[in-house]
Design a protein around this ligand. Structure first.
Ligand code: 3PG
Length: 306
């Protein structure tokens, strides 16, 4: 089968070599499209692809329409909001993710961002310590649980909330369950967001939640920019000069936020949570194995459009 590895943000060379090794070893052919400049490049590259491995690359209806032979798309990572599931499903294309494979890299970045903001972006100004502070984790999945474990090791009190987990399951994961989302935000010095972008979550974190955070609190977003109501965030930062925001997914109003709030706001230049060699290898190789397995045995364990 012809497998297209399409990564606008390329994997580490070792991950690409490993992916090739697995796929070619199973008799598949690999085509590589990296750092492409325009979406049209992706549309052109899928013409003869029977499988695809992607990261945050947009597999929209146009890409699917341009790929008549496509049978499977594996998102090497967790979030699959970049894939048009309805269009894929309508064509009978299997869509999978590789849950957990890049979680540690994202969790480490969330912790790093907390410390970076606590130390006023590594400027000489007097900062604060995260030890002894309370961290609220919004969604206690693969990433959230790792953030919680690391935060506990750093001496933080860890609370969490997750609509899909019971209080006992949250306790078993090592965190105190918050009674609801309002409680999580109102009682946490740091909130780390780990929810996917879905119709239910887009724009769901706005003024009321952010402005309810305790004095000096920091909101950390290594999830998706879309889950933030950006106007609400801006107003909360305006009304509460003690609040801070750090994100791995630059908001559309970043220039305004930077101008108005300076060191209280930080955004990475390009999404980098999963950008470690280890995460690239874990997620990339898992994606390659899942494709081999799907073609060899029909295994759809990680299919997200069943
Ligand atoms: C994910 O959903 O797995 C992360 O956001 C990583 O995305 P990336 O592969 O584009 O870095």
């Amino acid at each position: 089968m012809k497998v297209l590895l399409a990564t606008q943000k390329p994997f580490a060379a070792a991950a690409v070599a490993g992916i090739r090794n697995i796929l070619e070893g199973a008799g598949h052919e690999v085509a590589l499209l990296e750092k492409y400049a325009a979406q049209e490049d992706l549309v052109a590259a899928v013409a003869d692809a029977e499988a695809m491995i992607i990261r945050s690359d947009k597999v929209d209806a146009a890409v699917i329409a341009a790929a008549p032979k496509l049978r499977i798309v594996v998102r090497a990572g967790a979030g699959y909001d970049n894939v048009d599931l309805a269009a894929a499903t309508a064509r009978g294309i299997v869509v999978m993710n590789t849950p957990g494979q890049n979680s540690n890299a994202v969790a480490e970045l969330a912790i790093a961002m907390m410390i970076y903001m606590a130390r006023t972006q590594f400027t000489p100004a007097t900062g604060s310590e995260i030890q002894g502070k309370t961290l609220g984790i919004q969604a206690f999945g693969n990433v959230g649980r790792l953030v919680g474990a690391k935060a506990k090791a750093l001496g933080m009190t860890v609370k969490a909330i997750d609509p899909f987990l019971s209080e006992d399951q949250i306790r078993a994961g090592g965190a105190e369950p918050a009674s609801d989302l309002k409680d999580l935000y109102a009682t946490s010095d740091y909130v780390s967001i780990h929810i996917p972008a879905t119709p239910q979550t887009v724009g769901s974190i706005g003024y009321d939640l952010i402005a309810s955070m305790p004095k000096g609190a920091t909101l950390v977003n290594t999830a998706r920019k879309e889950v933030i109501d950006e106007a609400g965030l801006e107003k909360a930062l305006e009304d509460r000069p003690d609040l801070k925001y750090a994100t791995d997914v630059a908001p559309d109003n970043l220039a305004v936020l930077k101008e108005k709030f300076g060191l209280r706001v930080f955004a990475t230049p390009k999404k980098m949570g999963a950008q470690s060699a280890e995460a690239n290898i874990n997620a990339g190789l898992a994606a390659a194995r899942q494709i081999c397995d799907y073609f060899a045995t029909g295994n759809t364990r990680f299919q997200v459009n069943k």
